[in-house]
Design a protein around this ligand. Structure first.
Ligand SMILES: [Zn+2]
Length: 61
């Protein structure tokens, strides 16, 4: 079994974990109804995504 030759120092461990922080939620605003929407999702209020109108019943499946 592979065994680490050196222990991981606290500094190195912290550097590795520096990318693990949670980021604040990315919110954009719908150009149609100005509601806050998640990026790359259709608007939950008016069902619009990239100037295309999708029906509201997209939650199936
Ligand atoms: Zn909308």
């Amino acid at each position: 079994m592979a065994v680490p030759k050196r222990r991981t120092s606290h500094a190195r461990q912290g550097k590795r974990r520096s990318h693990m922080a949670r980021h604040p939620m990315q919110l954009q605003y719908c150009p149609e109804c100005q509601e806050p929407v998640l990026p790359h999702r259709i608007c939950s209020n008016c069902g619009t995504y990239r100037a295309h109108k999708y029906e509201k019943k997209e939650e199936e499946k």
